[in-house]
Design a binder for this molecule. Structure first.
Ligand SMILES: [Zn+2]
Ligand SMILES: [Zn+2]
Length: 279
């Protein structure tokens, strides 16, 4: 008898969970439609050109395909280009081979992206060894390596992918440009102090603000508000270079599907910092 009562109760609970899910889906669909309608309406009015000129920055989404080409090329994952005689960099905490998170030839970036500032090969490595407890790199510098290898350095691409079981190799074969504007109050305040809310909404409706994955340049899509590292050489505030999404191209999830931010000192282009945020 008890079993039958339990079964009936469970059946009801399942039914009500299904109804709750259906209601939540309908609500989010209605909200999405309303936002799209509002956006379409706003896009009929041109935004103030002066504001657009001061806030819009081009962002670039990588055009990526599976593969691991050799050379000083743009890639996520795969084999890094290494200076002559240098072994694949390893985590000094757990000794595992770092994963190559990003490699960019700074002289070959699209026009309007971040400043090349002397060129060189930018590299970001991180420890993605889940068996060790060194995955949180925020402030723990030994779990990541960021650098710019000068143009004049001799070297070659590593022979074997030592982190291939942890990171898929992607060649970045191009960049898709789109417009970005600040999405955070702090960033808005910096470029257009006391911006009119209606103007801000109008501008935001006219740009794409890609926010789901990797992005070169553009405005950062902050999850917890603007945060910039200080340059260890001069103390200056670093500037935004690149954004990593969670589990898009990078086989890595920042906390609760957060975002990783790569920053660089405007005066010391070799000084980089990697930070992350999640909601
Ligand atoms: Zn490690
Ligand atoms: Zn500096």
């Amino acid at each position: 008898m008890t079993a039958i009562v339990l079964a009936v109760l469970l059946w009801h609970a399942w039914g009500s969970a299904d109804r709750d899910r259906a209601r939540a889906r309908a609500q989010s669909e209605a909200l999405r439609k309303e936002l799209a309608r509002r956006r379409a309406e706003l896009r009929r009015t041109p935004p103030p050109l002066q504001v657009m000129a001061s806030v819009v920055r081009p962002g670039f989404e990588p055009v990526a395909e599976r593969g691991d080409p050799s050379g000083r090329v743009a890639k996520i994952g795969g084999r890094p280009w290494l200076p002559e005689g240098e072994a694949w960099p390893t985590c000094i905490e757990c000794r595992a081979a770092f994963s190559l998170w990003l490699q960019l030839d700074l002289a070959a970036l699209p026009a309007g992206a971040i400043a090349a500032r002397g060129g060189g090969l930018l590299q970001v490595f991180a420890c993605t060894n889940l068996d060790a407890e060194c995955e949180g790199f925020g402030g723990d510098e030994w779990t990541s390596l960021t650098r710019v290898i000068p143009v004049s350095t001799q070297g070659s691409t590593a022979a074997r992918d030592l982190a291939g079981d942890r990171q898929t190799a992607y060649a970045i074969t191009g960049w898709t440009r789109f417009d970005t504007c600040p999405t955070d109050d702090g960033d808005w305040d910096e470029v257009v102090p006391d911006v009119d809310e209606a103007v801000r909404e109008l501008v935001e409706a006219h740009v794409e603000n890609w926010g789901g994955g990797e992005q070169l340049g553009g405005w950062p899509q902050w999850m917890q508000g603007p945060k910039f590292a200080a340059c260890p050489a001069c103390g200056d505030r670093m500037e935004h270079v690149f954004e990593f999404g969670s589990d898009v191209l990078l086989d890595w999830v920042f906390g609760d599907f957060g975002v990783g931010y790569l920053q660089r000192c405007p005066r010391h282009p070799g000084k980089l910092a990697l930070i992350w945020q999640c909601t």
